[in-house]
Design a protein around this ligand. Sequence first.
Ligand SMILES: N[C@@H](CCC(=O)N[C@@H](CS)C(=O)NCC(=O)O)C(=O)O
Length: 217
Amino acid sequence: MSPPLPVLYSFRRCPYAMRARLAIAASGQPCELREVVLRNKPAEMLQASPKGTVPVLVDTYGSIVDQSLDIMQWALRRNDPAQWLCPERETADAMFALIAENDGAFKRHLDRYKYPDRYEGIDAMAEREGGATWLRGLDARLRAHPWLFGSRPCLADMAIAPFVRQFAHTDAAWFAEQDWPALQAWLARILDSDAFAHVMQKWTPWASGTEGIAFPG
Ligand SMILES: N[C@@H](CCC(=O)N[C@@H](CS)C(=O)NCC(=O)O)C(=O)O
């Protein structure tokens, strides 16, 4: 019998789960991926992490990592061949600060722009503009160098791109019209990559008592 692997509870379309899978794939750390249906979360996942969000990583020693950014670091601290944790320019602190802006104010605008019906008294266009202001800043960064922190990708690129993707897909025609050539090229480079295609395969939802999928495979 093969030794147990860390288990990743994941949902294909969740941007937080996407970034966790991107980092796990980059690290090459073998895991058992269990695709979750959000309206019917497995009891095993809720037992490990009662807050009920994906992704959740259950390490072979039973320790639980249930924040996507922590899962990225968990994987990359084991193996980081592309040096995502060491940005070429600026500092790791600057990288985490940019990710915090993404996860905070930008994500807030994104949710309200994408799902205005879920919030009371929301002006979706004002929310789009709020997000656009932040994206203009990313475009300015990317006009200076092809990745957010230099000439090669790092953690920030992969932690942020799944959210920019959601924003872009909310109204793809509008996004394409914006004068953000560097940001649009950056996003296309990531979304068109083999690595992204690999983490976006369609998986059958996991059923209790069965084996999940070998990931990254
Ligand atoms: N801070 C968490 C957020 C994760 C999160 O909110 N995931 C969403 C899916 S994109 C979720 O699981 N929501 C629970 C639900 O929809 O029931 C992380 O970084 O992992």
